[in-house]
Design a protein around this ligand. Structure first.
Ligand SMILES: Cc1ncc(COP(=O)(O)O)c(C=O)c1O
Length: 404
């Protein structure tokens, strides 16, 4: 049976994610995982999660609440905790400025539903987080790419858009950040273009070196006199600091936009798991600092191992980023090498999982690019994996030159 003609037009834009496909291979112990950016189980706070659940079930009132529907906006004590958290990021706000979502991925879907009609211009960095692109794809946007050079960030050059999705901190996939000047310029562009900014703060806590910079939202709140006048919708998550399985993330922004997003959540899943939000609150309130510190220690060391291995083994015509945080390094391979072909060959012939860079562009992919993650593999695996990839670069480049 062919179902093609029954599908909605939006399905033509929805393609499988390379990352989700790679995750299916996670059980395979023979692979060296330099593909997906999953938190290492060593830094998931299992005892604190277990204790939080035990405390909830030991108290009859909390236990009843935990097994019940809750408000679509989210578990009130967690919203209140997030008000304080956002304050530490330079964003004074109230509970009505915050809604809980089932991971920031759900936030992107709801934001797409709120803002994108088919054909609407939506601006994204290139490359951008594939999950956000997949969420927006379903609403059939016409993508515009934010030029890499901030001197071109004016409406005359980039045109108007409904919003611009940006990750100022250790973006997935490149690991790079926006400079302070670029943050100011992006807020300027949003103001003159009359568009919203959708700021992804996913890796905000995973900084290993350098100075913390203000978020786009905090800059805009300071300029506009408060969150109600700000044009930034900020998303963040406990996925990288506690556990992705809780599926607890949040969106912060002007209360009018939050109210609309809550209506969308009521048509989506009504409410995020009350139990998971209660657990997230307890672990965040009692243990977030330690949990983040454990992550930083582990990932900083792995980042150093990966950069040392890349420096030692990669041929001179491969360039790579040197991230101060996050979980990823971005490679530019020699121009003759296609990232898709490279990633398939690395996986199938050499047992090294990577993600082709082409997946991270909504249009006009740079084909000779590759994302590596250092979150999950041991130091020895990173060293071995990078050595194998470096040899593969040489092999594929030489084959191209020889016309094979
Ligand atoms: C940049 C970025 N934003 C958001 C997410 C999704 O996070 P969540 O688990 O909260 O949906 C990820 C997950 O890898 C990510 O890399």
């Amino acid at each position: 049976m062919s179902w093609e003609k029954l599908y909605a037009s939006r399905m033509s834009q929805i393609a499988p994610s390379d990352i989700r496909e790679r995750m299916k291979l996670l059980g395979d112990r023979r692979l060296i995982q330099l593909g997906v950016g999953l938190p290492d189980p060593a830094v998931v706070p299992y005892p604190q999660i277990a204790q939080a659940a035990a405390d909830i079930f030991a108290d009859p009132d909390l236990a009843r609440a935990s097994m019940q529907y809750g408000p679509s906006e989210g578990y009130e004590p967690l919203r209140a905790w997030l008000v304080d958290y956002m304050g530490t990021l330079g964003v004074p706000c109230e509970p009505e400025n915050i809604m809980l979502v089932g991971g920031s991925q759900q936030g992107f879907d709801f934001i797409g539903k709120l803002l994108i009609s088919p054909g609407d211009p939506v601006m994204v960095e290139a490359p951008s987080f594939i999950g956000a692109l997949r969420a927006f794809d379903g609403y059939e946007p016409a993508y515009r790419l934010l030029p890499p050079d901030a001197s071109a960030w004016d409406v005359a050059t980039v045109g108007p858009a409904k919003f611009c999705y940006a990750s100022p901190e250790f973006r997935n996939p490149t690991g790079t950040c926006l400079t302070l000047d670029e943050r100011h310029r992006l807020v300027d562009l949003a103001t003159t273009a009359g568009m919203l900014l959708v700021e992804d703060g996913c890796y905000e806590k995973l900084r290993y070196d350098g100075e913390t910079l203000p978020s786009l939202q905090s800059l805009d709140v300071a300029r506009s006199g408060g969150i109600e006048n700000s044009r930034v919708l900020y998303t963040n998550t406990f996925s990288k600091t506690i556990s992705p399985s809780l599926r607890v993330g949040w969106v912060a922004g002007p209360s009018e936009l939050i109210r609309k997003l809550v209506l969308i959540k009521q048509g989506g899943d009504l409410v995020s798991s009350t139990l998971n939000q209660m657990i997230a609150l307890r672990v965040a309130a009692n243990y977030l600092t330690e949990s983040v510190e454990a992550g930083r220690r582990l990932y900083r060391a792995r980042r150093d191992t990966m950069l040392a291995a890349l420096t030692a083994h990669m041929p001179a015509d491969v360039t790579f980023t040197r991230p101060d945080g996050g979980l990823y390094v971005w490679l530019e391979l020699p121009p003759s090498i296609d990232g898709d072909e490279f990633a398939i060959r690395a996986l199938e012939k050499h047992g090294v999982s990577t993600i082709s860079g082409t997946s991270f562009y909504p249009v006009e992919p740079r084909r000779n690019t590759l994302r590596l993650s250092f979150s999950l593999a041991s130091d020895a695996e990173i060293e071995e994996g990078v050595r194998i990839l470096a040899a593969l670069v040489g092999e594929m480049r030489d084959a191209r030159h020889a016309g094979r």
